[in-house]
Write a protein that binds this ligand. Structure first.
Ligand SMILES: Nc1nc2c(ncn2[C@@H]2O[C@H](COP(=O)(O)OP(=O)(O)OP(=O)(O)O)[C@@H](O)[C@H]2O)c(=O)[nH]1
Length: 401
């Protein structure tokens, strides 16, 4: 389960913005009616661009959804019998569509032009088919169900059953795995169902164009994070550091931080525990005071840049970081293989849970340097690196200028 902040960023905020934007568009309807002709064409362009971008950035689920929605829009706009025929099965189409969207919430992004592509196409056909089967079953057993049900159950309520189920599944998935793609898929289902229940609230062209814009934003923001965030620790990456350098003034300090004896630590506890420790140490560093900006430079090395500060001024902030890491007792997570062992072992473990909880700790060494007149960032960083080397030489777990 993601943290509250993570959930706000990837789930609550995007949904809130979407609802506010659609409400705003609805309220200001009168002012954009004159653009209707252009607005009706927007979904063709935006959905095609979203599909192409999603494909380019390996977001195949969004690519599929964009194409399916585009086909749906074409069918709604077209007068050809090929497209108007499904419109007489609107309930089936909406239930099937809801199932397709739900299925996409649970599968992974995979190459479109591979065996996965065939499986996904088959899945779409099956989900759409299930919509038809469900309604045929309702038609067939309706009388029986209504007669045997202890509560008064209507035809509409029976249609709602799979829709509510789909929505609940996608909703909880989006909370559990809070990321922009899952939130986009939830929004797709929300808009899909909203159009089914309230088709007159907003034109379809507006709803689908909004979806395309949401997909484009998702791809854009995801790509930004991919380029500028370190995946393991969630800190800004080295590329982001060099981006910051472009906007640094003349006065700043740079600190290089390195976990002590991390090779030994990895060798003793394994690489997975090493990763876990890297994440926790990074989280402690991210709390640095004094306006420091933290980056994962690479491996077990981190960089903190303090704009507009000299080295003396940041010593206390860095000392706080060093101490907080030294004092931090890291509780090791259970090994997955251990978790799967038999129930007897589990019972034994739970009995001595608190007693046997394994904790480890690490220390860091820090080298810090302020920019001297005429120096560029690399030169200042090199001196911070030399200071770090001195801190290691002097016995580690300390700061050197
Ligand atoms: N678990 C894990 N280990 C990493 C990662 N990146 C680098 N390492 C390990 O970090 C260790 C760095 O070791 P060294 O550079 O020899 O330094 P050290 O053992 O920390 O010793 P000192 O720096 O001299 O205190 C290597 O064993 C790398 O494999 C990572 O992403 N995850």
């Amino acid at each position: 389960m993601p943290s509250f902040l993570h959930g706000c960023r990837y789930f609550i905020l995007p949904l809130f913005i979407t609802v506010m934007a659609l409400t705003f568009i609805q309220v200001t309807q009168a002012s954009w009616q004159i653009w209707n002709e252009i607005i009706e064409r927007l979904p063709y362009w935006l959905l095609s661009i979203a599909a192409a971008m999603a494909l380019q950035f390996n977001r195949s689920r969004l690519a599929y959804l964009a194409v399916l929605i585009l086909v749906f829009y074409v069918s709604k706009q077209s007068s050809s019998p090929l497209f108007t025929a499904p419109n007489s099965h609107i309930d089936e189409l909406f239930i099937g569509g809801a199932m397709v969207i739900t299925w996409f919430a649970f599968i992974k992004d995979r190459g479109l032009f591979s065996s996965h592509g065939i499986v996904r196409t088959l899945g779409i056909i099956i989900c759409l088919g299930l919509g038809f089967i469900w309604l045929a079953a309702i038609d067939h057993f309706q009388a029986d169900i209504i007669a045997k049900s202890p509560v008064n159950i209507s035809y509409q309520a029976l249609i709602l059953v799979p829709i509510i189920l789909c929505f609940a599944l996608v909703f909880f998935r989006a909370i559990w795995r809070a990321n922009l793609v899952n939130t986009s898929i939830l929004t797709t289902l929300g808009i899909w169902l909203f159009y089914y229940f309230r088709p007159d609230y907003l034109p379809l062209s507006i709803l689908l164009s909004s979806l395309a814009v949401i997909y484009l934003f998702t791809i854009l923001i995801d790509s930004y994070f991919l380029a500028y965030r370190d995946e393991l620790t969630g800190l800004a990456s080295r590329r982001a550091l060099y981006n910051l350098v472009l906007s640094l003034g003349r006065k700043y300090s740079v600190a290089m931080l390195d976990i002590d004896h991390f090779k030994k630590f990895n060798d003793t506890y394994g690489h997975d525990v090493g990763d876990q420790v890297l994440r926790l140490v990074a989280a402690k560093m991210a709390q640095v005071s004094g306006g420091g900006k933290v980056f994962r430079y690479g491996g077990e090395e981190f960089t903190i840049v303090f704009p507009r500060k000299d080295a003396e001024a940041v010593l206390d902030d860095l000392e706080d970081v060093r101490e907080s890491i030294e004092d931090y007792r890291i509780v090791l997570r259970e090994d997955k293989r251990q978790k799967n062992s038999n129930t007897q072992a589990k019972a034994k473990r739970s009995k001595s849970k608190t007693a046997k909880k394994k904790t480890v700790s690490v220390t860091i060494s820090i080298g810090v340097a302020e920019r001297l007149g005429g120096e560029n960032f690399d030169q200042a960083m090199k001196r911070a690196d030399q200071a770090l080397y001195r801190a290691k030489k002097k016995g580690r777990n300390q700061i050197c200028i």
